[in-house]
Design a binder for this molecule. Structure first.
Ligand SMILES: Cc1cc2nc3c(=O)[nH]c(=O)nc-3n(C[C@H](O)[C@H](O)[C@H](O)COP(=O)(O)OP(=O)(O)OC[C@H]3O[C@@H](n4cnc5c(N)ncnc54)[C@H](O)[C@@H]3O)c2cc1C
Length: 563
């Protein structure tokens, strides 16, 4: 049985950064991913990464902006760590080969992003995630003697010993269908978010909440799950992202009356208010009949305000997206967008070293909730979160493993997981098709658990999710083979998404106030007296159990939030 000191599940930015950090300490490290590492969703990150690098900037200003962006739900000790360590991390990336954009003076160029009090977003055109991910992958290959790579292996379960400690995983080789037990002194989940729980979403098809659900199933608490980010600029046709970098470069939002409506909602920051505020403003314009498009379902993003030369240089990817997916030349005409699901602030609850309450189990990146984003994440703070807390988790797990013996994981789960997969493959067609259930789930979440929410809608969503969980038990697939059977993996992923959806809905029902991304039309005010606390969700015999944990406040007392 393969055995490693530190086994990392997920090879996006968080996973690769964790692997490199753990390897530096001399531990035996392995990284596993259900797709080739450079196809992880991190590759799609466009706009950039925040760090207070400018001499006129200060990490405390970045931290305050992050706290305010979080609507005071973020834990300030974790935010201080992230923002104070950011400049060093970005410099480290440059030193290992990330070609960040430089200005005419030869200095690192920084672009404006939402909710930030000054320009502090470092970028590589609008392919920042791709640029960083590829450089980290080069480093992994350079360290091939110290980091084993299991590429195209799909984890189906986390393993625990008798005392509840995490001691390995079960995984399936996607290429052959072979199942195997992996022993590990420490497992770091770096499996990304759960955007596919919604339809449409900006997230890749592989972003299905696997790590969140796996941790939840072994008893780890999830935190801030009600906080789901809708990005203000996604294509109406298919949910593809138009980066916030466009507004950072000067693009504006217009309604059907040609009005720059953000004047009404955020007179100081305008289009660069935080994402929850801008998405709500757009949705209000649409609901009040000032949307654009055949059914008034969109808003115009006018990028023609940005000099054409600059757009072609700094926003070239969205020039292509506009042409290929909407038939629009963004340098010459406005493009129709609307708010769309983009990111989940919630995830597996961890401390500032990535450790979860389950011994031997860590989490970092979008799968985790430290919580640095609280009720709303600022643009370009997620890449930073993945790298800072990926590195810290890698270092901490490696240090922990140095004083431990290799555990022997129980093997019974292997038979259970293999039998489950066989039974899915063998199902007859009496139930519903997996993809049909997934679509209904995505549409339901997007209808009832979106920018605006209320009790009636959330109850409805809860009812649908519970029915879909039942239906998923007999849902069928087409592929009966073993080689690259993505169909059967899709059925397993559906189970993960349903667990994530249930946790999101239960938490959203629980929080009877409006804060950050959670806007309850039946409780439209923020209520610090009762709700300045995290909602934790753990698995119970009859479904999700709710408890609370305090928000850590260090230097910034909650105040009214205005942009
Ligand atoms: C279109 C888009 C643009 C974005 N732009 C920005 C930006 O400009 N700036 C910013 O800060 N943030 C941005 N974000 C957010 C940010 O990119 C993500 O939050 C971040 O990259 C997540 O990284 P991660 O390492 O946590 O996970 P991911 O990159 O999603 O990687 C997850 C990994 O887990 C593996 N995995 C998952 N399940 C399993 C399993 N069962 N078995 C084995 N492996 C598994 C996957 O194969 C993958 O390797 C953007 C997001 C999107 C979708």
């Amino acid at each position: 049985m393969p055995a490693h000191d530190v086994l990392i599940i997920g090879a996006g930015l968080a996973g690769q950064r964790a692997a490199l950090a753990a390897a530096t300490s001399g531990s035996s490290v392995a990284i596993m991913s259900k797709v080739h590492p450079v196809r992880s969703h991190s590759v799609a990150a466009a706009g950039g990464i925040n760090a207070a690098i400018n001499v006129a900037d200060d990490w405390r200003s970045h931290a305050y902006d992050t706290v305010k962006g979080s609507d005071f739900l973020g834990d300030q000790d974790a935010i201080e760590i992230m923002c104070s360590e950011a400049p060093g991390e970005v410099m480290h990336l440059e030193h290992i080969g990330v070609t960040f954009h430089r200005n005419e003076k030869g200095e690192l160029d920084l672009r404006a992003f939402g909710g930030a009090s000054m320009n502090r977003t470092a970028y590589v055109a609008d392919i920042t995630g791709q640029a960083i991910l590829h450089v980290l992958y080069e480093q992994l290959m350079k360290n091939h003697e110290r980091v084993e790579r299991y590429e195209e292996w799909f984890v189906t379960s986390l393993l625990q010993d008798d005392s509840g400690r995490c001691c390995g995983v079960i995984a399936r080789d996607v290429r052959t269908g072979r199942m195997e037990v992996f022993a590990a002194k420490n497992v770091i989940l770096a499996c990304g978010g759960a955007g596919q729980t919604y339809r449409p979403t900006t997230n890749a098809l592989i972003v299905t909440g696997d790590g969140i659900a796996q941790a939840y199933r072994v008893g780890a608490p999830l935190m801030d799950m009600e906080m789901v980010q809708y990005h203000p600029t996604t294509l109406v046709e298919n949910g593809l992202l138009i980066t916030e970098g466009a507004r950072g470069e000067g693009a504006v939002l217009l309604n059907s009356e040609g009005e720059r409506f953000m004047e009404k909602y955020a007179p100081n920051k305008m289009e660069l208010a935080s994402r929850d505020v801008v998405s709500r403003a757009e949705q209000t314009e649409i609901l009040e009949g000032r949307g654009v498009g055949a059914h008034g379902e969109g808003i115009y993003l006018d990028i023609t305000k940005v000099p054409r030369k600059r757009t072609l240089e700094a926003l070239r990817e969205i020039v292509n997206i506009g042409k290929d997916f909407a038939g629009v030349d963004i340098t010459r005409e406005p493009i129709m967008i609307r708010p769309g699901q983009h990111y989940i602030m919630g995830g597996v609850k961890t401390d500032v070293n990535g450790a979860t309450p389950i011994e031997g189990l860590y989490a970092a990146g979008e799968v985790a909730c430290v919580s640095v984003h609280g009720g709303n994440r600022l643009g370009a703070n997620s890449l930073l979160d993945t790298l800072i807390f990926g590195r810290r988790a890698g270092e901490h797990a490696a240090a922990r493993s140095s004083s431990m013996a290799m555990p022997t994981p129980p093997e019974a789960q292997l038979r259970d997981d293999a039998a489950k997969i066989d039974s899915i493959i063998a199902r007859d067609r009496s139930g519903r098709r997996v993809s049909e259930i997934k679509d209904e789930l995505g549409d339901t979440m997007n209808k009832y658990v979106a920018v605006y929410r209320d009790e009636q809608g959330l109850d409805k969503a809860h009812e649908v999710v519970r029915r879909l969980k039942d239906e998923a038990q007999s849902a069928y697939i087409d592929d009966r083979g073993t080689v690259f059977n993505q169909d059967v993996l899709g059925a397993i992923e559906l189970g993960y998404m349903l667990d994530c959806a249930e946790a999101i809905v239960v938490a959203a029902l629980e929080r009877k106030e409006s804060r950050g991304a959670q806007f309850r039309t039946d409780y439209p005010e923020r209520n610090d007296d009762e709700w300045l606390k995290h909602i934790d969700i753990t698995v119970g015999t009859d479904g999700p159990q709710v408890s609370y944990s305090p928000v850590t406040i260090t230097q910034w007392q909650p105040e009214e939030r205005k942009y």
